[in-house]
Design a protein around this ligand. Structure first.
Ligand code: UD1
Length: 416
């Protein structure tokens, strides 16, 4: 297993590029199941979750190759079974359920288990697909779904689930007739998925709002499509500039998609300007505490909560963080405390009192964004930080130590 070793305290300076979005690429790659013909995807990040997805798609009968950020995909003889071996390593595997049912009328997908940040049920995915005519059984840990032909339906989600919206959107694209999805998630990655499906011939309106309307078509054809930049990676780099007292030009930084994060970083005292290349972020002094409540888009993203907490640990004054999306997403706080942070946890709320400095320590990453927050804390801390279990980080941050190294960080990968 690898770890990252970071010598902290160096202000990061220079240009840091943003890769393609993991959370947009995953559903878009799964949407290949719906297509006739070859598709080429560009700006695909070289990440563990992407390779897991490609492996799964290969097993489902989509022959795919990854080279230099480009994936070529050709569905051949589709098969409906997504095995537990792969699903258990990546919860997003559930995104093959809707496309398999729409395309084959059957699907056998291992039920993803709990994960470090909460129980994460998939009831909304199943309820929506049932409304479209699918019938489900649970057998030996597998969801087994069948239908003759999915038909359009009027579906109102109980909560705006990102994955649920994506599964239903993909299923409805090939269903017979009209589907209206209400109370759906509005995340930019859903807009990217809808734009991809439209480029393949789907009829979709309202993506990016809470009601999406889809008129099913009988077939979708392959195309060439560039994945949007990763707003969470970009947000993490903005924080890296702030926490190290540096100055970074975050190249290709999505701007309006990061609005809620930029507002909070500016409130903390950071100077962030939009430029023709992306976003120029400077520390600004001194940083002030801030209050945050995570919410579905366009609210503050839960995927940036951990990284902002590291910054708040070094800001002047108190901060209050409330996590309203996932029930167990403060694991990083316990590790930050080991580095000298002053954080008190109470259920879904964290009270943070800024300290003057953090001190390097061996820390353990528990999930993807928690890992990023520990890397950020390590970059700012006095002394050496060892971030253990970075396989989480490799799921979502492309060439992280290389990118940070190029803007001055002293960071290296070692065997644990
Ligand atoms: C996606 C993102 C993840 C992000 C999350 C919230 C991907 C691959 N992952 O995860 O990075 O943190 O959105 O922005 O895009 N829920 C139910 N029933 C369901 C579905 C969800 O109760 O059927 C609940 C979940 O337990 C959670 C909340 O809804 O409390 C939001 O989950 P959801 O939006 O579905 O997250 P994911 O799609 O899993």
């Amino acid at each position: 297993m690898d770890k990252l070793v970071i010598e902290g305290g160096i202000p990061l300076k220079g240009v840091i590029p943003v890769s393609g979005s993991k959370n947009a690429a995953l559903p878009i790659l799964f949407a290949s199941i719906l297509l006739d013909g070859k598709t080429t995807f560009t700006n695909v990040p070289d990440l563990r979750d992407i390779h897991t997805t490609l492996k799964l798609l290969n097993m489902l009968g989509c022959s795919c190759q990854f080279e230099d950020g480009t994936v070529t995909m050709q569905p051949t003889q589709l098969n409906p079974e997504a095995s537990y071996d792969l699903v258990r390593t990546m919860r997003a595997s559930i995104l093959c359920l809707g496309p398999l049912l729409a395309r084959l009328g059957e699907a056998k997908v291992a039920l993803p288990g709990g994960c470090a940040i909460g129980s994460r049920p998939v009831d909304q995915h199943l309820k929506g697909l049932e409304k479209m005519g699918a019938v489900f059984d649970l057998n030996e840990g597998y969801i087994i779904g069948r239908c003759t032909k999915l038909t359009g339906a009027h579906i109102t989600l109980d909560m705006p689930t990102v994955g649920g919206t994506e599964n239903l959107l993909m299923a409805a694209a090939l269903a017979e007739g009209e589907t209206q999805l209400e109370n759906v998630a509005r995340e930019p990655e859903i807009v990217d998925l809808a734009n991809f499906l439209i480029a393949c011939g789907a009829k979709i309106t309202g993506h990016g709002t809470s009601t999406i309307r889809i008129t099913g078509v009988s077939s979708l054809s392959g195309t060439t499509y560039a994945i949007m930049p990763d707003r969470i990676e970009a947000g993490t780099f903005l924080v890296a500039a702030g926490i190290t007292g540096g100055e970074l030009l975050v190249q290709n930084c999505p701007w309006k998609e990061l609005d809620a994060v930029i507002i909070k970083l500016r409130e903390m005292g950071m100077d962030i300007q939009q430029t023709s290349e992306g976003a120029l972020a400077k520390a600004g002094e001194p940083l002030r505490g801030v209050d945050i409540k995570t919410r579905p888009f366009p609210g503050f993203p839960t995927d940036m909560q951990a990284q902002l907490m590291s910054l708040a640990c070094l800001a002047q004054g108190p901060s209050i963080f409330e996590e309203s999306i996932f029930e167990n997403r403060f694991m990083h706080a316990l590790e930050l405390i080991r580095m000298g942070a002053n954080i008190r946890l109470s259920g879904r709320t964290a009270h943070i009192q800024g300290v003057k400095s953090l001190i390097g320590a061996p820390v353990m990453a528990s999930d993807l964004r928690a890992s990023a927050s520990l890397v950020l804390a390590g970059l700012a801390a006095r002394g050496t930080t060892h971030v253990l279990r970075i396989y989480h980080l490799d799921r979502g941050y492309e060439y992280i130590e290389k990118k940070l190294g190029l803007v001055g960080a002293r960071i290296r990968r070692e065997k644990e």
